[in-house]
Design a protein around this ligand. Structure first.
Ligand code: 2AM
Length: 471
């Protein structure tokens, strides 16, 4: 019997996806560049419907037509190399799926290229890490709708499910799937940083690790319920086996990144979309990585002595609101970017559907995503998520505490770049009049850029002969 599905690249994600697909009743052929990895993997799983192949030729021959081949190799050149090796072996209408973290522009290029070869291509973002791959990830496939229809039964059966709904929808053509996965990762950066800022305030106020764990555990029972809040509570409970101390306090405060956050930043800059919360999160990682410089600066640049212990009692409820409101801003900005690109590319994106598939499998899974789905379902053309009834009420209810938290952080010298960037966006967006009138005066002053007036119809442009400045 020929296999229903083939997978190339047996690193952990690939292996777990294979086991997931197999567990749903499909026979899976597997291939890895280093054959010993294939042999060991198959030997480790006796009795499963797995076909190990040591050559790409035998792998391709073992698959039922149209062939469905998922590539799970390192993003970048390796994907192109595998595709090049596959092309001469494949036949018209065979389907190649790239399930790695590819840059969406690479996906667009590969989609166009494989189409010229008579082959079908899907660029699918797969989120959820190793565990998600094994038990059910969120999947964001991009490519032609007709190809999605062929892949749908397999993707829907292997994805996570929430309320009986699979956490996979056809995102759109071409690079849409990998694009949405990229924004998912940007949002993930934001969520993580916001939680870390909450932690830093609690820490400065003198909460113990056990007390902080209890706060996050409790938050996970309420509106903030999410995977990242949940693992934060668990992480804070963890003791170092050697010293018995809270493990988190022993971990070096130097964060890495793999680049999807920066891709999101670049894309936002190209499209002139404000994603200040995500930017703050990416930049916070950059500053964290400059540990040596920070240690030097800490003895040279002055700040206030934190005195948050006095407000300890009221801090929990306030930080809760600051975190929740900032999170709403982060998603507002992320969806603004998705909407902007979706329209530019004509992808026909379903924003509510995107939020709903993020409810399961992936790192940002959270209860509150339902609210985003509801907002877009009731108003598909919603310009800004903050103006949906639920989020408007939420922000109006939390904004006072949010401000007080940012103010406390500022007066106590505790960095909260993502909380404050979010608040800056909120206060700017809700300002009927900003200070850009002065900006326009400056531009007209030095560059004769002209300006419009509040007392004249829009579209009429004025220039002033400003006084000459000497020196
Ligand atoms: P390997 O076991 O032969 O190294 C993650 O690195 C996965 O991608 C591994 O399964 C690895 O195979 C595979 N991989 C990396 N570069 C590759 C390439 N150029 N061609 C094929 N597979 C590759």
């Amino acid at each position: 019997k020929k296999s229903d599905f083939g997978l190339i690249g047996l690193a952990v994600m690939g292996q777990n996806l294979v086991l997931n697909v197999e567990s749903r009743g499909f026979q899976v052929s597997v291939y890895n560049r280093t054959p010993s990895v294939t042999d060991e993997f198959v030997a480790k799983h006796p009795g499963k419907k797995l076909v190990g192949c040591d050559t790409l030729e035998s792998f391709v021959q073992s698959l039922a037509k149209p062939r469905k081949i998922q590539i799970m190799v390192k993003a970048g050149a390796a994907v192109d190399q595998v595709i090049e090796q596959l092309i001469p072996l494949l036949e018209k209408d065979d389907i190649v799926i790239d399930g790695g973290n590819s840059l969406y522009t690479d996906t667009e290029r590969r989609d166009a290229y494989l189409t010229t070869k008579g082959l079908r291509f899907i660029g699918a973002g797969v989120s959820g890490g190793e565990e998600g791959a094994r038990k059910g990830p969120a999947i964001m496939p991009g490519g032609p709708a007709s190809t999605w229809e062929v892949m749908k039964p397999i993707f829907e059966s292997i994805s996570a499910h929430v309320d009986g709904q699979p956490c996979v929808i056809h995102i759109g053509p071409g690079g849409a799937g990998h694009y949405v996965k990229m924004i998912h990762n940007g949002i993930e950066y934001g969520d993580m940083q916001l939680i870390c800022e909450a932690y830093s305030l609690f820490k400065a106020a003198g909460f113990t690790s056990a007390e902080m764990a209890a706060i996050f555990n409790e938050w996970n029972e309420g509106e903030l319920q999410s995977y990242l809040i949940q693992i934060t509570g668990k992480a804070l409970e963890q003791k170092d086996p050697e010293t018995g101390k809270p493990l988190v306090e022993l971990i070096l405060d130097k964060a890495g990144q793999k680049g999807t956050g920066q891709w999101t930043q670049l894309n936002a800059a190209e499209n002139a979309v404000v994603i200040s919360t995500i930017n703050a999160a990416v930049e916070a990682r950059v500053l964290s990585s400059q540990k040596k410089q920070r240690v030097t600066a800490s003895t040279q640049l002055q700040g206030p002595t934190p005195a948050l212990d006095k407000v300890k009692a009221e801090l929990v409820a306030k930080v809760h609101d600051a975190l929740y409101a900032s999170k709403v801003i982060s998603y507002t900005q992320g969806f603004d970017l998705i909407k902007t690109m979706g329209e530019k590319k004509n992808w026909g994106l379903d924003f509510g559907g995107i939020a709903s598939i993020w409810r399961g499998g992936c790192i940002i899974r959270a209860r509150f995503l339902n609210r985003i789905t509801e907002a877009y379902r009731s108003e598909p053309q919603l310009a800004n998520l903050m103006l949906a009834p639920f989020f408007k009420d939420l922000l109006n209810r939390t904004q006072q505490n949010w401000r007080e938290v940012v103010a406390l952080a500022v007066t106590n010298g505790i960095p909260v770049p993502a909380f404050s960037a979010s608040l800056g966006y909120y206060d700017s967006y809700r300002s009927a009049r900003l200070s850009a009138n002065l900006l326009q005066a400056q531009r007209d002053f030095f560059g004769a850029h002209t300006y419009e007036r509040t007392d004249k119809p829009e579209g009429q442009w004025f220039h002033t002969d400003w006084p000459e400045v000497i020196g």
